[in-house]
Design a protein around this ligand. Structure first.
Ligand code: DWN
Length: 404
């Protein structure tokens, strides 16, 4: 397999073995037909892009039963509210403002534009979440975004001031075609702003659970620079974010139009200093992943051997990688509590751990909970004070393994 951007050969980083779909929560009768693929990651020395070597087909992952709804996290709601206000204050100065969001999910971001009657379009191929967005009066198309869809949008709505995307671009294998489409849609001084989990943070914290079928790429400033230069665009600004355990917000514009912020030079230099552009660093990460696996399994076995029952907190997509790579099943983790209606009553992908309603978490007798949504730790610790007050312990595996 060659790099999806440069077409040069990929260098192997991790081999996670057979993995199911990250969001493939399933009923008992579907166990025997469950889909698995071989999950390996690779690094391209030319484009500096960290990527999956193989990825399942898009329609296996994103469909009318997609199990992730952005608005379930209150902190993420605040994050998108603040970001929307920042952009609206600029859009309000424009003559015919128009904003496009790729992967608008249930409308957590665009609802603010709909409320303020600002011309907008959400692109969301997962029909069930798109319906939630439509309930908020958001204008949505359920097509997969491609170059010809970009042409249709320009014909129907005109060019855009902003093209926004959050936690979506890293899901798209034909990213080069998408980048061409974005360049086509933007006005001359238009801006592409998107954020995704940042490779630098994944390497630093060994948060390898950010790697699963949906995340075909883990981006860095280097790889984004390389990718968008191919379509005549350049990095204008870089802003690290706390969301999802460390993300980067990339702002890009057409080449030569915008003043380049100092953050671009600073972060590119930091990546070189820290090896984020370097294959040796990826091999070091691969070793850290193996050690993290050994340490997590040991801790769970030690707790279990003392006859304590362990549950999981939040059936995240990320948890699928942890459970399957570490071979953790019901013998170690009894059940996982979650708030998503579509997941409750089903079983976790691959390891078939039962998913229970989060409403039961506080009445349950568990004294140990594996924090699968470690990226929402602040919000969760705030609302689950009772668990800690009752001597409950969180097992957190991001940034080394700790019991809190
Ligand atoms: O990129 C993606 C990110 C943004 O969202 C997608 N590919 C899929 C999804 O990944 P994830 O499932 O790892 O996301 P989260 O936001 O870390 O976790 C969401 C899951 O956690 C949901 O099933 C709901 C659950 N949850 C919960 O039960 N209680 C989450 C929170 C914050 C909670 O308090």
């Amino acid at each position: 397999m060659n790099c999806r951007i440069s077409n040069k050969p990929l260098n192997l980083i991790n081999d996670f073995g057979n993995q199911p779909l990250g969001n493939g929560f399933l009923d008992k009768q579907d166990f025997k037909n469950e889909y698995f693929y071989h999950m390996k990651t690779g690094f391209c020395k030319e484009s500096k892009m960290f990527q999956l070597i193989d990825q399942p087909n898009m329609d296996k992952m994103f469909h009318e039963n997609y199990a992730f709804f952005s608005s379930l996290s209150t902190n993420m709601k605040k994050h998108f509210y603040n970001w929307a206000n920042e952009i609206m204050s600029d859009l309000n100065k424009k003559k015919e403002p128009f904003i496009v969001e790729l992967g608008c999910n249930d409308g957590i971001f665009l609802e603010h534009f709909a409320e303020n009657k600002i011309n907008h379009l959400g692109i969301e191929p997962s029909v069930n979440v798109a319906k939630e967005a439509e309930k908020k009066n958001i204008n949505v198309t359920t097509k997969f975004f491609k170059y010809d869809v970009a042409n249709e949008i320009v014909n129907d709505f005109g060019h855009a001031d902003y093209f926004i995307s959050a936690n979506v671009m890293c899901h798209i294998p034909n990213i080069l075609e998408v980048a061409r489409g974005i360049e086509k849609i933007l006005k001359k001084d238009g801006l592409l702003i998107f954020e995704d989990p940042y490779l630098g943070d994944v390497l630093k914290r060994t948060t390898y659970d950010q790697i699963y079928d949906e995340h075909v790429f883990l981006f860095s400033a280097h790889s984004i620079k390389y990718l968008f230069e191919k379509v005549g665009m350049e990095l204008v600004k870089l802003e690290p974010q706390d969301t999802h355990g460390g993300s980067m917000r990339y702002t890009l514009g057409k080449k030569g139009v915008h003043t380049i912020d100092h953050s671009v030079i600073e972060i590119i230099k930091k990546e070189i200093d820290e090896g984020v552009d370097n294959y040796d660093k990826m091999l070091e990460f691969s070793k850290n992943v193996e050690q993290n696996k050994i340490a997590l399994v040991k801790i769970l076995k030690d707790i279990s051997n003392k006859n304590h029952k362990i549950c999981g907190y939040a059936a995240t997509s990320k948890s699928t990688t942890i459970l399957n790579y570490c071979n953790i099943d019901e013998n170690l983790i009894d059940c996982i509590f979650d708030t998503t209606k579509l997941k409750i009553g089903k079983f976790s992908p691959g390891k078939h751990i039962p998913i229970r309603d989060m409403k039961e978490f506080n009445h349950s007798q568990y004294k140990f909970a594996v924090l699968f949504a470690w990226n929402h730790a602040t919000e969760i610790f705030q609302k689950e004070k009772k668990f800690s007050e009752n001597n409950g312990k969180w097992i957190n595996f991001s940034s080394g393994i700790s019991i809190i």
